[in-house]
Design a protein around this ligand. Structure first.
Ligand code: HEC
Ligand code: HEC
Length: 216
């Protein structure tokens, strides 16, 4: 009897601590840690001019829940290794690698909060990571992807002007990669990266997204 009551209380408590409750705590921790000074969490994208983009101190996070994989995010917030070889919004300065670090507790709750920020423009379950020759051909030969992005290549390691795609298979949601290629303007109204929709066929965007999603 006593055990049953304890189990019942435990279950109720567990239900109260649902993801949404943890996300609310994470939202508070996000603001207490001043993350909002550099990151926008309100969508849709607000930047309209190059000046708007240059005024941003960090990448937008309003679709973080669609873009990232949860385990990667929680880990990265505790040990933030540079993603962009160069400083954000710069083409000459190195990335100083000075991103704020979080303790495990804040990292977990903030991750829960960020994972709740999703975009309806990302269709779920479309892309399966796959090291496919078609995607590779597009990435390294047919299209200039590797001219801007570092990637796990054998001889040529890729360019440095864009976020590195090393570890993209652990960091990025495969469906987001495809959505990003397909609907670039939704996520980046102002951007350095070319729009490939109309240049690549839908099939090819899927192949290259699956290829990038296989990067270790
Ligand atoms: C002083 C500005 C600044 C502050 C404060 C800041 N960030 Fe960042 N954040 C950046 C920059 C710049 C990058 C890009 C880092 C890189 O590419 O290596 C970044 C990257 C990120 C990323 C990866 C985004 C992407 O698209 O690659 C996440 C997630 C993130 N920050 C979360 C946070 C959280 C959570 C906090 C609060 C603890 C925080 N940031 C505080 C500037 C900031
Ligand atoms: C002219 C340089 C350039 C080329 C070419 C280019 N990209 Fe990008 N890419 C960027 C930049 C810069 C970003 C960061 C977002 C931004 O501000 O545009 C980016 C962002 C990305 C991201 C998101 C990475 C992240 O962590 O936020 C992916 C995935 C990506 N590109 C894949 C590709 C693929 C696939 C191709 C080829 C079909 C490609 N890119 C071609 C410059 C480029």
């Amino acid at each position: 009897m006593r055990i049953a009551v304890i189990v019942l209380i435990g279950t109720v408590l567990a239900m109260l601590t649902t993801a949404s409750v943890r996300a609310a705590a994470g939202e508070q921790a996000f603001s207490a840690n001043k993350c909002g000074e550099c990151h926008v969490t309100q969508g849709p994208a607000q930047e309209k001019t190059i000046a708007d983009q240059l005024a941003k101190k960090g990448p937008e996070l309003w679709y973080a829940g669609s873009k990232f994989q949860q385990p990667w995010l929680e880990q990265w917030l505790q040990d933030p290794k540079p993603i962009r070889p160069l400083k954000y919004n710069s083409l000459s300065e190195e990335n100083p690698g000075d991103h704020p670090k979080l303790a495990a507790g804040d990292a977990a709750s903030i991750t829960e909060y960020l994972m709740s920020l999703t975009s309806a423009d990302v269709e779920v379950g479309v892309i399966k990571p796959k090291k496919n020759p078609k995607g590779r051909l597009i990435f390294v030969k047919k299209m200039p992807c590797s001219g801007c992005h570092q990637f796990p290549g054998k001889k040529f390691k890729g360019g440095r002007s864009a976020p590195s795609l090393h570890g993209a298979g652990k960091r990025l949601n495969p469906d987001w990669i495809y959505a990003y290629l397909k609907k670039t303007r939704v996520f980046k109204p102002i951007r350095m990266m070319p729009i490939f929709d109309g240049i690549l066929r839908d099939k090819d965007m899927k192949s290259v997204a699956a290829y990038v999603a296989s990067f270790k």
